[in-house]
Design a protein around this ligand. Structure first.
Ligand code: ADP
Ligand code: MG
Ligand code: MG
Length: 900
């Protein structure tokens, strides 16, 4: 990077579009300062400074001078000096990266207190207890974060004092007790580090700034970044801000103090109206950590109507300024309201759709913008099933419905156990009294999070919502015992580790055992077109807009009339992949065996003849369900031995039979004859069609006759024949000639004109590389990106996923599996090349993708840019694909808003 001109910005110098440099928090503080909201003054040390520190191990030399100057200006503004013995200025030192990482990095409050200034603060504020409480908080946070002392040591000391005084709450420790505690904390630090807690305020400040830099690389921050795909080299900014105090007691109503968080709308449901928690006589993390039970924000109205009205006002200002849901941290100091943080708030999938829809209805944002505010992953989440509610199900407990959805799993009582069991494939529910950032790995591993303390803004709630994980928090009637690894309900029911529970994040309940699931409202509404409430209305609105702007068509992968009908009701514009292999299973297996075992043409023909009407009926049903829309039918693809019994099983049966069965003998011979070391690369696809006489002709005839039947029934069948696994144009030429011969035959027999496009899958690198020649014999290309990924990478998916994939993901050989999101650099390049060279030869070539990537949001954006005509995916993913195709079309015109 070129050398920055400066490393320190005062809040008044920054703005919302500077998040990369000032971090999200710094940019938000600057923006609020700029628009006149009451923000305690301060300055931001840039992410550039952090990057230098992370790269070189030392801060840039200019930083010291710039920070000292900024501090001097702050002292001047405040009329007080940092840590002065009489009336000290105190500051907080707050981390804040480009992307919000709630609770992942460190913040230190009350910097500037020492043995002298604590008395000064007591005098100036008139509150001795408050001063000593602040001092012990500083030593505790500083000791842990900057000096690396185990935080539990401090907590233990607090617990001992509480026990001695027989009080349940930190809050009830008096001044003398706190002063004692402070001395003990200092002794702990001395003992653990061999160093004294620094008394020099400037020293405290600089060490705190560097500690925030260091916190970028803590284990939990790394885990979080990995999971959220946040680049590891962005670094964090550091905000230094004058302290304001919510912990100045709550005695006098008109001069009450406290702290809270608030949202401009409900982040769980998206409902309009201010939402949040307030905790009287508290500071900083107290609300989020759930140490005491917070009050709903509405109660602030009674406690301090002026502060409440002002807060409402500022929230309105912020929402119309950012044109989105915002959340804030605020503190009331003796009746004076301060805003300490704002950002565009995280929200559940449900809230995302409702808020986008409402804001667009309110004309705050355009329909295009509304579409950019939701995504396919969220939509898919909304289509997941929920619990069937039965009046007979009595929950174990009620809590706060913090993140919606339904999850079933076994209860586990710590993060490590959740990780262990998830690795073994088990579904778990992580049960904690409250979560801390150290629980993150377990939260990622678990299906749901359940806590007995904390509200909708607790750590558990915020993190779970961000991950789209089911969460119920603050289920206070549960006694959670992490040591004995069990929880006990009010009525005495004990749930031990390993017992199955169901967590309903929508209702906020926990149940014993696995509750039955039922389809979601959204899924149902999309299938029937009937809207049942504000959420389904919002989803339908977003989809309608996506449909109106997208260029990519969306088809379904469907093999049965039922799937086809379902896909169509979900908005499919045809079938991009109709597999025929399952049509060879079940009762038809005997016929298939006969075909495979046939020693002469007559026997084989007889078997094929018997299969013909069955296949024809299959195709007729599917063409009927998709009447008027294209149905791409793939000729038989998998190796034939997949239709025969297992080799070992057969051999055992033969060996143990008293009178070996002749048929079994023949079968075993056939199985052995056809055994392949690597069936993925063996006799399959078009190779099979060319090798087994009559097979392809039978399938094409079944398609042709189905088309004729549909025509005669007054339908509009649009069948397309797709040849799989072509590697050279020669294969396609032969297959096409055969198919055309049969089509002509059926046309002649029936007198119907049959226009049936014939195309191929592109799923081998050689096919992609020679697409120019292949396109001369193809009416369409359909990219089979599953096989194309396997063959390009030279790996078998099932084997790889079972063996080295986890290691590869951990070592970040790739960030996400290339089977989930298309590998644009490799496989994507082949797609683009085949597309361009195919179209150059055949301008009417139709192109689509039918691999699983066709339903993956990020891949869909790539296919849009590459210029494909359609994507095809499983029916369930069609709404998400429509939405993403719309979003992809918009991303050509709308750039991402940097302040979001
Ligand atoms: P995080 O990024 O984890 O939310 P913050 O930097 O926002 O950390 O700070 C942690 C807590 O301390 C928040 O509740 C915040 O409001 C509070 N806090 C930070 N700075 C100040 C300050 N200058 N005065 C009062 N409270 C503060
Ligand atoms: Mg914060
Ligand atoms: Mg394939």
């Amino acid at each position: 990077m070129s050398k920055p001109t400066k490393y320190v910005y005062e809040f008044a110098e920054g703005g919302r579009d500077m998040a990369a440099l000032l971090g999200g928090k710094g940019a938000g503080l600057a923006e609020m300062t700029r628009i006149g909201l009451p923000v305690p003054p301060g300055f931001t040390v840039t992410t550039d400074a952090c990057k230098v520190y992370l790269e070189t191990g030392g801060e840039p030399p200019e930083l010291g001078v710039e920070a000292v100057q900024a501090l001097a200006r702050l002292e001047q503004t405040m009329g007080r000096t940092l840590g002065a013995p009489d009336d000290p200025l105190l500051v907080s030192v707050r981390s804040g990266a480009r992307f919000s990482m709630p609770g992942m990095m460190e913040t230190i409050l009350d910097i500037g207190l020492n043995d002298q200034s604590v008395t000064g603060l007591a005098k100036a504020s008139g509150q001795e207890r408050f001063a000593w409480d602040s001092y012990r908080r500083l030593i505790q946070m500083f000791g842990h974060t900057v000096m690396g002392v185990d935080g539990d040591l401090f907590e233990q000391a607090i617990a001992e004092h509480k026990a001695r005084r027989a009080v349940a709450d930190d809050h009830l420790l008096d001044t003398a007790e706190l002063a004692l505690l402070t001395e003990e904390f200092k002794a702990i630090i001395r003992k653990e580090t061999g160093e004294d807690f620094p008394q020099d305020p400037a020293d405290q400040l600089f060490r705190a700034i560097l500690a925030v830099f260091d916190s970028w690389n803590t284990e939990r921050a790394r885990v979080y970044r990995h999971r959220e795909h946040i680049p590891a080299d962005l670094g964090t900014a550091v905000n230094v801000q004058a302290m304001v105090f919510g912990n100045l007691g709550s005695t006098v109503t008109s001069e009450s103090s406290g702290t809270g968080v608030a949202f401009t709308r409900d982040p769980a449901t998206g409902e309009r109206g201010m939402y949040g928690d307030y905790l009287p006589d508290a500071q900083g993390e107290d609300v989020v950590a759930g140490v005491r039970d917070a009050l709903p924000i509405s109660e602030l109205k009674a406690l301090d109507p002026r502060a409440y009205a002002e807060l409402c006002d500022h929230l309105r200002t912020l929402e119309s300024h950012y044109r989105d849901l915002c959340d804030v941290e605020f503190t009331v100091e003796r009746g004076k309201l301060w805003i300490l943080q704002t950002r565009v708030g995280k929200r559940t999938a449900e809230a995302a759709f409702r808020i986008a829809h409402d804001l667009s209805q309110e004309r705050t944002i355009t329909p295009d913008e509304a579409l950019t505010r939701v995504d396919g992953t969220e939509l898919t989440r909304l289509m997941f099933p929920r619990f069937e509610t039965r009046s007979t199900d009595v929950p174990l407990a009620h809590g706060v419905p913090a993140s919606p959805g339904a999850a079933v799993g076994v209860a586990v009582f710590d993060s490590a156990e959740a990780v262990r069991r998830a690795a073994a494939g088990e579904h778990t529910v992580l049960v904690r009294r409250e979560t801390t950032p150290d629980d993150l790995p377990g939260m990622i591993a678990a299906e749901a999070v359940l806590t007995s303390r904390g509200g909708k803004t607790s750590h558990a709630a915020v993190v779970a919502r961000g991950m789209g994980k089911v969460c119920v928090c603050g289920a206070e009637s549960l006694a959670v015992d992490p040591v004995a690894r069990r929880l006990t309900t009010e009525s005495g029911v004990v749930v031990s580790e390993g017992d199955t529970v169901s967590v309903d994040g929508t209702a906020g309940t926990v149940h014993l055992g696995a509750l039955p699931l039922t389809a979601s409202d959204v899924g149902h509404a999309l299938e029937t077109g009937v809207s049942t409430g504000p959420l389904t209305e919002a989803v339908q609105g977003a989809l309608a807009h996506a449909d109106s702007v997208r260029r990519l068509e969306v088809r379904a992968n469907a093999d049965t009339p039922e799937d086809a009908a379902r896909a169509r009701s979900l908005g499919a514009q045809g079938i991009g992949l109709c597999r025929t292999e399952h049509m060879f299973l079940g009762e038809r297996r005997a016929l298939v065996e006969a075909m495979i075992l046939a020693r002469d043409n007559t026997t084989r023909e007889r078997a094929l003849e018997a299969l013909l009407p069955l296949q024809r009926a299959d195709f007729t049903g599917i063409l009927k369900a998709m009447d008027g829309l294209p149905v791409t039918i793939r000729l038989l693809d998998p190796p034939l031995h997949e239709f025969l019994p297992d080799r070992t099983e057969l051999a055992v049966r033969l060996a143990s039979a008293a009178h070996p069965d002749v048929h079994d003998r023949e079968l075993l011979d056939a199985v052995e004859r056809m055994h392949e070391q690597n069936p993925m690369l063996g006799l399959r696809g078009v190779r099979l069609g060319l090798a087994v006489p009559g097979l392809m002709a039978m399938q094409v005839r079944a398609v042709a006759e189905a088309v004729v039947q549909r025509l005669r029934d007054g339908g509009r069948p649009c069948a397309e024949i797709m040849v799989p696994l072509v590697g050279t144009v020669e294969e396609l030429r032969l297959a096409r000639a055969e198919a055309e011969r049969v089509l002509a035959e059926v046309a002649a027999e029936t007198g119907e004109a049959l226009a049936c496009p014939i195309g191929t899958m592109i799923e081998l690198p050689r096919a992609a590389l020679t697409a120019g020649s292949i396109a001369r014999f193809a009416d369409f290309f359909s990219f089979g990106t599953n096989d194309l990924t396997q063959t390009t990478w030279g790996l078998s998916r099932d084997d790889a996923e079972a063996s080295f994939f986890p290691l590869y993901l951990e070592k970040e050989v790739f960030g996400v599996s290339p089977f989930e999101t298309i590998d644009q650099e490799g496989v994507g390049r082949l797609v683009q090349l085949a597309l361009d060279e195919g179209r150059a030869v055949n301008s009417r070539l139709e192109t689509g993708v039918c691999g699983e990537h066709g339903g993956d949001p990020e891949s869909i954006h790539f296919f849009h840019r590459a210029g494909l005509d359609y994507v095809s995916c499983s029916p369930f993913r069609i709404p998400a694909a429509r939405l993403e195709a719309g979003r992809a079309a918009l991303s050509d015109t709308i750039a991402a808003d940097d302040s979001r």
